[in-house]
Design a binder for this molecule. Sequence first.
Ligand SMILES: [Zn+2]
Length: 65
Amino acid sequence: MENCSSFPKCTQCDKGQMLPLSDFSNNSVAIRYKAWACTNRECRFFVVLRGGDVYYGTATSEAAR
Ligand SMILES: [Zn+2]
């Protein structure tokens, strides 16, 4: 991820970067940058755009370890 230094830094852990994610709907139209997720596995902070609203959270419910 060294080449991705242009992404904004995660304000939650101050270590990872917020990585833009795209969503693909049923008619295969990509919704770009619908969600942002922290690259730090220990942080797992994410931001999701859904229906014009912004949701913040951490993916602790599906803890990898
Ligand atoms: Zn983070």
